[in-house]
Design a protein around this ligand. Sequence first.
Ligand code: C5P
Length: 220
Amino acid sequence: GKPLVVAIDGPSGSGKSSVSKEVARRLKLAYLDTGAMYRALTWHCLKTGLDLQDGAAVEQASKELALELSTSANVEYVGVAGVDITEEIREPRISSAVSAVATTLGARNELIRRQRQIIDQHHRRMVVEGRDITTVVVPNAEVRVLLTASEEARMRRRGLQLGGTQTKEQLAAQVIHRDAKDSTVVNFTQAADGVITLDSSDLDFDETVETALSIVGKVI
Ligand code: C5P
């Protein structure tokens, strides 16, 4: 088929992952969760006791990372050198440390290179979600969407995702503080030129998916 890259960026708790996966299923496209790549690298750095402030060491680790990643929206799997870390990379200890890794420019360049390679391997027919997909990784994507939601909506969603066990302060640390740190290297709070903003604050999951699909329908 013709190339169809659906690039979806947005802050944490915007519903990006679940919406992106469903869009991939409905369009029968492959799916790439770039956040999982940053999380896997963070897991590896913590495992090896590396100093996350040491940019050269983090960059080196990114180049050596034996990453295994599912590119199907129907199969969730993230591994490093045969170790299944699918569940572990969602833990708060990873969420708290991931920005330090993701703001290391050398490591970003390496992961961006791998992301582009994966997209090419899928003949450019893929839903790709992250923070810098519409602006840096695939600025020429056929469809570019910024999925946003109010702070309240995002904290509520992340709280549900973590099983309702987190305090308001913990959720703020997970959602708002992490976004603030991430924003120092990538801008995902405002839509770049040509990027369509989809505000999901007042939409439920199905409505958000339908809106995203209609955006895709307009360009293909
Ligand atoms: O999307 P998710 O919350 O799993 O992303 C985890 C982290 O990975 C983000 O907080 C950010 O630090 C980093 N990230 C990034 N660029 C992307 C995707 C994720 O910097 N394209």
